[in-house]
Design a protein around this ligand. Sequence first.
Ligand code: B1M
Length: 233
Amino acid sequence: MSDDDGDLDLRELDDDELVKQIQDDLYDGLKDEVCEGVEILLERGWEPYRVLTEALVGGMSIVGVDFRDGILFVPEVLLAANAMKGGMAILRPLLAETGAPPVGKMVIGTVKGDIHDIGKNLVSMMMEGAGFEVVDLGINVDVDKYLAALEEHKPDIFGMSALLTTTMPYMKVVIDTMVEQGIREDYKVLVGGAPLNEQFAEAIGADSYCRDAAVAVDTAKAIMARKHNQRSA
Ligand code: B1M
């Protein structure tokens, strides 16, 4: 399994071992190794979505548990996030390649005070892969920036992400401001992020809570189908 330098040869691992090794490398923040593992799974015919969910998201879940339990700290988690982003960068063009004209437009960003962007980036990638044009506002987005982007891009779908219990209430600030300005009904508002749930989304006046990126895609597609039917009715 090792070469002359004692390094592990990823190509000699079977699929299960390789996924486990990618998760270990992600945990250890080894970006180059994670990228190599991702490339090997793709060469073996794995669908990009499967690589994303099983190897990368699966690896980050393990990081999340140990971060919660005080085994990992911010510097280590930042390295793991960097390794995950390396793997995602390889998958992004593969997930986004549809060749078809955009089926709709989305503006998305992580709310003010929150710098978590991996989940949001994943949603953006999957939405692009489903044929949506995505305007990604990045992290720490305040209400003025969100509203300016809605005005400029006139999206069909407006998405907000929050990973902290302390930042998720900011979604309500944004939605309340939309109501005050009389533009709430111009957009479908989807919200997501680990601490959210259906009840929260309903309480703040969002249209839908999206548990994960796949649900975001399905929800957005259903919204576009309804819009299309209304137009042709
Ligand atoms: Co942070 N962090 N973090 N962190 N971090 C969490 C969120 C935490 C749960 C860890 C823990 O304690 N177990 C905890 C929050 C506790 C709470 O609020 N209840 C936490 C904390 C406390 C913090 C700090 C406060 C730590 C500190 O400084 N003491 C700090 C806050 C910084 C800030 O934002 N102001 C902090 C910092 C960081 C890092 C910078 C080190 C790093 C972020 C790097 C980055 O994103 N570039 C980080 C990370 C990586 C995590 C964990 C480990 C992983 C998050 C992640 O990327 N998951 C996380 C633990 C966890 O979530 N289990 C944790 C993978 C990603 C694919 O999943 O983001 O859930 P997720 O996205 C999913 C869905 O939620 C959904 O779809 C995505 C894909 O399926 N989704 C959407 C997300 N957004 C959506 C938007 C949509 C739709 C669906 O719009 C339509």
